[in-house]
Design a protein around this ligand. Structure first.
Ligand code: C5P
Length: 326
C-alpha cells in the first residue's frame, strides 16, 4: 500500500509539473517509462533489494533480542560509506571514516539503551540466523541506497519519475508477495481487512518517509542520510523523555554526545580536518600542546577557501548551494 501511495503522489507531482495537462503527462510517461525502458528496468534492482531487505529485517527481528538487532543494524552506516566509495568513487578522509565509526558507536548505544536489556531469550530464536540476516540487510541497505543515488544523479530523470518507476516495481512485487503469503485471507476478508488507523499511520509514514529519503539522496547523499537519521533517533529519544516520561541513563548522554561529535567532525572542511589530523599526529609524536602547521601550508581557514573547491567546504553550505542551483 505504501508503494501505491508513493507512486500516486509522484504521479500527482508530475501532473502538476506538466501544469495539469493530461496529454503532456501521458506523452511524457510513455517516453520516460516505456520508450526508455532500460532506465525503467534499472529501478527493478533497488526495488527487489528493498523488498528483500524488508523481509530480512523480519527474519533478524524474530531471531535476535531487540537491542542486539538495533545495535547491529547500525552497521549499515559503514556499509553505505563503503559502497559510496566503491560505486561512486567518493573519497573520504581518515577523519571522516573516524566520524562514521563514532556515529555507528553513538547511535548503537542510544538504540541499545532504548531497546533495553530484554528478558530471557525465547527458545525459538536462532542468533546465528538473526546475525546473518542483519549483515545481509546492512549490505543490501548500503548497496540499494547507493545504486539508487547513482541512478538519481547520473541521469536527467526527476526524483518523482524515478520514484514512480521504483513504486511500479515495488507495487508489483508487493502484490506477488501478498498473493503468495496471504492470498486466501485477502480473498476471504478483502484487501483492506485489518487496516486500522494505526496501520494507516505506518503506511503513510513508510510512503512519505520513502519520498523524503529519495529527496535527501538526490540533493545530499546516502552518507548524510545516515547522519540525519542518527540525529533524528537522538532527537526523538529526547522528545520522548518529555512526552512519555521516557527514562534515560548516562549511557544515553554518551551515545548522543558521540552522534553530535561525529556530525561535527564529518562536516569539518577538509583543510580543517587535515589540520586536526596533523595536530593529533604531532601531539602524539611530541607530547601535548605542540600543534604544528605543516611546513609551507597556509593555515586551515585559508586552505579551505584558497582552493575554491566545493569538496573543501563544510557539507551544509554545499547542500544549500545544490538545492538553490537545482
Ligand atoms: O534502512 P535503510 O535506510 O536502507 O531504509 C531505506 C528505506 O527507505 C527502505 O525501507 C526503502 O523501502 C525506503 N525507500 C523508499 N523509497 C526510496 C528509497 C528508499 O521507500 N526512493
Amino acid at each position: 500500500m505504501a508503494e501505491v501511495l508513493k507512486g500516486l503522489t509522484c504521479l500527482l507531482l508530475l501532473f502538476a509539473q506538466k501544469r495539469g495537462n493530461v496529454k503532456h503527462l501521458v506523452l511524457f510517461l510513455h517516453e520516460a517509462v516505456l520508450v526508455q525502458y532500460v532506465d525503467t528496468l534499472k529501478l527493478a534492482v533497488p526495488s527487489l533489494i528493498y523488498t528483500l531487505q524488508n523481509n530480512l529485517q523480519y527474519v533478524a527481528i524474530s531471531n535476535l533480542p531487540a537491542a542486539t538487532f538495533q545495535v547491529t543494524y547500525q552497521l549499515k552506516i559503514l556499509t553505505t560509506a563503503l559502497f559510496s566509495v566503491l560505486m561512486l568513487n567518493r573519497s573520504l578522509s581518515r577523519l571522516q571514516w573516524v566520524s562514521l565509526l563514532l556515529l555507528f558507536t553513538g547511535v548503537a548505544i542510544v538504540q541499545a539503551q532504548q531497546a533495553g536489556g530484554g528478558g530471557p531469550r525465547p527458545l525459538d530464536q536462532n542468533p546465528g540466523v538473526g546475525l546473518a540476516a542483519v549483515v545481509a540487510s546492512c549490505l543490501s541497505s548500503g548497496f540499494a541506497g547507493v545504486y539508487f543515488e547513482k541512478i538519481l544523479k547520473g541521469s536527467s530523470g526527476s526524483v518523482w519519475l524515478r520514484n514512480l518507476q521504483l513504486g511500479l516495481f515495488g507495487t508489483a512485487l508487493g502484490l506477488v508477495g501478498l498473493w503468495w503469503a496471504e492470498g486466501t485471507a485477502v480473498a476471504h476478508h478483502g484487501f483492506f481487512f485489518g487496516y486500522t488507523p494505526a496501520v494507516w499511520g505506518v503506511v503513510l509514514n513508510q510512503a512519505f518517509g520513502g519520498l523524503l529519503v529519495a529527496v535527501v539522496v538526490k540533493y545530499a547523499d546516502n552518507i548524510l542520510k545516515g547522519f540525519a537519521t542518527s540525529l533524528s533517533i537522538v532527537l526523538s529519544t529526547v522528545a520522548s523523555i518529555r512526552l512519555f516520561g521516557f527514562h534515560v541513563d548516562p549511557l544515553f548522554a554518551l551515545g548522543a554526545g558521540l552522534v553530535i561529535g561525529a556530525v561535527y567532525l564529518y562536516s569539518l572542511p577538509r583543510g580543517a580536518a587535515k589540520a586536526i589530523a596533523s595536530a593529533s599526529t604531532s601531539a602524539s609524536a611530541s607530547g601535548p600542546c605542540t600543534h604544528q602547521q605543516p611546513p609551507g601550508q597556509p593555515p586551515p581557514s585559508q586552505l579551505s577557501s584558497h582552493r575554491g573547491d566545493l569538496s573543501t567546504q563544510p557539507f551544509l553550505p554545499k547542500l544549500l548551494t545544490k538545492v538553490k542551483g537545482s
